[in-house]
Design a protein around this ligand. Structure first.
Ligand code: NAD
Length: 488
């Protein structure tokens, strides 16, 4: 019998995306004895991972990649508390990015599947169920090329019961050959991915309740134990692990929708939603996190994971549960539209010919990820009012990514009115209104030497803090007019 507990020497990570890339880099950093190969079908993405210009903007990631991919040595730096961080000494490279999946899979004794699992857009369960086409295709490649005894790990967020399905798929292609399937969902948050990976709150490893399932879980646990305290590594069953990931995201999103629903009440009554959130958050049973009223949640995870939970409840014959969770997404849609109309109201219902600057385009601050950005929906509503120009700036996003996200909402009459600028300064020049969609740090830093006062622009901050009177945008100061609405 093959032992799944043998030391791991070669890990293949399928999918060099926001999860696969940083996860592979941190595993490689802390396990110099393991060769980590990250595979992607996207040649351009792999080229960028092999260049100084990584395809993902995450603080600290380039340093780790330089050490693990290039064998570079980095001198110690001081962190904010004045403590020297670990010196990253010169070493033999053990992180590789490639498109050659066949060779990498054939050598691997553990495969992490970190491919995208979006929501289905058509067919049964459209809008709720997970589209498993990409994931299933990756499993088929794994089934074809890996050696028997390989441990296969679901890193992607997948519907409950997927481990069982993966086993059936492997059995169909490679009958009678042993494989172990683990669930190891990722909890990193874009914008703080490296910090989350280096200091995870918990690592979940779900396995089959069999001796070989437990041994496989132990071998993955030993990879994490190189830097994660054992008390934070939870070995549970695969179903619970798959469901725990959906529940975490659903509950975080639920808090955002909850406080946003209260912001609508505040809007009608004049109550201050930030004060209310602060007061509620001081109760240790509630806590302050994720209680900031604003535009709502965007991005590729919360919406789809709630949709997946909703679909699971429906499939299990629990319509009340499905309805309960679907309301979290409905409230988010409603809040986003409410905000977009607030901007129009604030401009006295007349945007014709006016320049509107949009600061922040990514779905949240400090990431370049433009997927499912709420800025797209806000811009869609604003464009219907025929503004002269929508001027966009985000310090973390590539112009081509922004334009690709916007493409579906543009037509011949609107395309030449939308521009992406290389700095906030140019985007805001002569703007009639500045809408801060995400609170990326540069938008709120103190004025620099080239401070220039610009007046007459309405500044509409989706994460408004009532006490803020002035904000500073790349050195230029815009007058800020606090308004009654907590979201405007
Ligand atoms: P992503 O789209 O950034 O990356 C997925 C990558 O997989 C792409 O580069 C794609 O080209 C590649 N790919 C697809 N099929 C492949 C194949 N057969 N072989 C090789 N490469 C292939 O996705 P992501 O944001 O990294 O998310 C991956 C998974 O992790 C999803 O299930 C997501 O829900 C989950 N997740 C994401 C986050 C996040 O913050 N982005 C956090 C936790 C969990």
């Amino acid at each position: 019998e093959l032992s799944f507990a043998k030391p791991v020497r070669h890990i293949a990570v399928v999918g060099a995306g926001y999860v696969g890339g940083p996860t592979a880099a941190v595993i490689a950093l802390h396990n110099p004895q393991i060769r980590v190969e990250v595979l992607d079908k996207d040649q351009r993405r792999v080229r960028r991972w092999n260049s100084p210009h990584l395809p993902i903007h995450e603080s600290g990631l380039l340093d780790i990649v330089r050490v693990t991919r290039d064998g570079a040595s980095l001198s110690p730096r001081e962190n904010a508390n004045g403590q020297a961080q670990v010196t990253l000494a010169e070493r033999v490279p053990n992180l590789f990015f490639t498109t050659d999946s066949q060779t990498s899979l054939a050598k691997a004794d553990m495969v992490l599947l970190a491919v995208n699992t979006p929501t289905k857009t058509f067919g049964i369960g459209a809008g709720r169920a997970t589209n498993m086409t990409t994931f299933d295709a990756a499993v088929k490649e794994v089934a074809l090329y890996t050696r028997p005894g390989t441990v296969i790990v679901e890193k992607s967020t997948v519907p409950c019961g997927t481990a069982q399905r993966v086993r059936q798929m492997l059995d169909a292609v490679r009958p009678e050959q042993p494989f172990e399937i683990l669930s190891n969902p990722e909890f990193l948050s874009e914008g703080s991915a490296v910090r989350n990976l280096l200091q995870p709150d918990r690592v979940l490893i779900g396995s089959a309740k069999t001796p070989s399932g437990r041994r496989a879980a132990d071998s993955l646990a030993s990879v994490y134990a190189a830097w994660v305290p054992r008390s934070r590594i939870l070995e549970i069953d695969a179903w619970s692990s798959e469901l725990a990931k959906l529940v975490s995201n659903a509950m975080l999103a639920q808090r955002i929708s909850s406080i946003n629903s209260i912001s609508a009440i505040c809007d009608r009554t004049g109550a201050d939603v930030d004060e209310i959130a602060k007061s509620a958050g001081l109760d240790p049973r509630i806590g302050p996190q994720f209680l900031k009223a604003g535009l709502g949640f965007g991005g590729s995870c919360f919406r789809k994971d709630i949709a997946s939970l909703t679909y699971l409840a429906e499939s299990l014959g629990l319509p009340e549960v499905a309805h309960y969770w679907s309301q979290v997404n409905s409230m988010n849609d409603w809040q986003r539209d409410r905000f977009a109309h607030k901007v129009i109201q604030r401009m006295e219902e007349n945007l014709v010919g006016k320049k509107i600057a949009i600061l922040g385009f990514a779905f949240k601050k400090n990431t370049g990820d433009t997927r499912e950005s709420l800025a797209v929906d806000v811009i869609r509503v604003l464009l219907q009012e025929r503004p002269g120009e929508i001027a966009i700036f985000d310090p973390c996003c590539l112009s081509e990514d922004i334009m690709r996200e916007l493409e579906p909402i543009l037509d011949t009459t609107t395309r030449d009115r939308v521009h992406v600028y290389p700095d906030a300064y140019q985007a805001c020049e002569q703007a009639n209104a500045v809408v801060i969609v995400n609170d990326s740090d540069p938008f709120k830093r103190s004025p620099g030497k080239k401070s220039r006062k610009s007046s007459g622009s309405a500044v509409i901050d989706t994460s408004s803090e009532q006490e803020t009177k002035d904000i500073h945008i790349d050195g230029s100061r815009f007058s800020y007019q606090p308004c009654q609405s907590p979201i405007c």
